[in-house]
Design a protein around this ligand. Structure first.
Ligand code: AMP
Ligand code: ZN
Length: 452
């Protein structure tokens, strides 16, 4: 299996530290607002990678962080903690904000049938481990204390800049004029921040009350769950020059050797050829797609039409084509299912081509094309069987038998509302269920959920 490694800038064979096992870290969300469809592209990519690894027989030990403290409004330690911004905006505690958006994030991944990592870890749950990590970096001479916090001294790490390819000179040139005079280098970054009183989230540490920097959370969680040899680390492309560069410095300085061997970066989703932005009103969520009659699965299909390392342009027309393609795919597949074996049809080559495509740095648009070539052939049960096998990668609901957890949950709430004779709520929940493409039917001893 070949993957493009952003560190070596080469497509190379995947070689894992332990044969047959992939230890994989995926940068997770900062839980301060609704995830948009661009964010979800990052996790669809992770899902596709996990499915491809499994298709190749690998076992996976995967972890994803949930950032619930310490991610500032700028990735370079500037500005305010995003959790506090949300806490003020929503008049809730940062913990309430974190719980609210973590739940939404998990439910969005379910709606998209995303194969999630084995471990999901909120940063606030590993405070003792983060403190031990920072202590070791100080002991090793890689970090120092200022009046504001503990900083990583990038001059002590020879490889700094190798991932982002930005170079230290450019980092310097790009640094702000009002640099913190106590820092040894403008690009030194915070491991631990001494908390001002207004920072609600703070923990005791050897350096007084404070909270961790965002980058140290990922390094700590990665090493805690996966150890000091991590095979693949995924994340959005914007994390390459700062967040991931800093993770490498922390990891390798801590372990005394290279920790992550392969970095894989996802290119962004654009909308109508440009950036998604609040001012343009085009920061779409899954619910916005559903409100226009699309299903989360249509967006899933849409994802497969562009390679992960290329920017993908979202348009409503593009989503409409994805929806139509998925619909006819399901219809034609049914015809193959209902036919008998046509001995003339050979699928060995298609199987080989399919494996080659997914193993060529996840060429899923090509893999999807192979499915279509098969679909267009004379109807044959063998084709149905092959496509069901290929569907381990795509995760489409061909049989119509996957009832998303979210729908099950809403149906349960509707049942309870009915029991309480709260018919207004029950009707509202029925509408929500119907927007998700399902209906509930009352039966003698309960209810039944069916797909529309
Ligand atoms: P955040 O919650 O802001 O830290 O972002 C979560 C993930 O979404 C990160 O891995 C980002 O790289 C990714 N992301 C943010 N915007 C986009 C976008 N427009 N397209 C694809 N991925 C994105
Ligand atoms: Zn991260």
């Amino acid at each position: 299996m070949k993957i493009f490694n952003s560190l070596t800038r080469q497509k190379q064979d995947l070689v894992t530290h332990d044969e047959g096992l992939v230890r994989m870290y995926s940068c997770g969300p900062t839980v301060y607002s609704y995830p948009h469809i661009g964010n979800m592209r990052a996790y669809l990519f992770m899902d596709a990678l996990r499915r491809t690894l499994k298709y190749n027989g690998y076992k996976i030990d995967g972890v994803m962080n949930i950032t619930d403290v310490g991610h500032m409004t700028s990735d370079e330690d500037e500005g305010e903690d995003k959790m506090l911004v949300a806490s003020k905006r929503e008049h809730k505690s940062p913990w309430e904000v974190a719980k609210y958006y973590t739940d939404i994030f998990i439910s969005e991944t379910k709606r998209l049938n995303i194969d999630m990592p084995e471990h999901i870890c909120p940063a606030t749950s590993v405070m003792p481990e983060i403190i031990v990590f920072v202590k070791k970096l100080i002991e090793n001479g890689n970090a120092y204390e200022t009046s504001k916090g503990i900083y990583f001294d990038i001059a002590t790490f020879a490889g700094y800049g190798k991932l982002g390819g930005v170079g230290l000179e450019n980092k310097l040139a790009g640094a702000r004029i009002d640099i913190d005079k106590e820092k040894r280098h403008p690009a030194d970054f915070a491991l631990w921040i001494k908390a001002p009183k207004q920072h609600i989230m703070q923990w005791d540490s050897p350096w007084g009350k404070g909270y961790p920097g965002w980058h140290i959370e990922c390094s700590t969680i990665g090493i805690k769950y996966l150890g000091e040899y991590i095979d693949i680390h995924t994340g959005g492309v914007e994390h390459r020059p700062v967040h991931h560069e800093n993770e490498i410095a922390q990891d390798d300085a801590y372990a005394g050797h290279q920790v992550v061997s392969n970095w894989m970066h996802l290119e962004h989703l654009l909308v109508d050829g440009g950036k998604m932005s609040k001012s343009l009103g085009n920061v779409y969520k899954l619910d916005d797609l559903v409100a226009k009659g699309f299903s989360p699965e249509d967006y899933r299909y849409f994802f497969f039409t562009t390679h992960y390392a290329k920017q993908q342009n979202f348009t409503w027309e593009g989503l409409e084509s994805a929806k139509n393609a998925l619909k006819s795919m399901k219809n034609i597949l049914k015809e193959h299912k209902e036919s008998t074996d046509n001995t003339k049809v050979k699928i060995d080559k298609a199987e080989k081509d399919f494996l080659e495509a997914i193993n060529d740095d996840l060429n899923l648009p090509k893999a999807l094309g192979i499915v279509w070539t098969l679909l267009k052939m004379p109807r044959d049960r063998k084709i149905y069987d092959a496509i069901i096998k290929f569907n381990q990668i795509f995760g489409f609901d061909f049989e119509g038998d996957i009832i998303p957890t979210e729908v099950q949950e809403l149906a349960k709430q509707r049942w309870q509302a009915k029991q309480n004779r709260d018919f207004a709520t029950a009707d509202e929940l029925r509408n929500k269920i119907s927007q998700l493409g399902f209906s509930v039917k009352d039966t003698k001893d309960g209810y039944e959920i069916v797909k529309n």
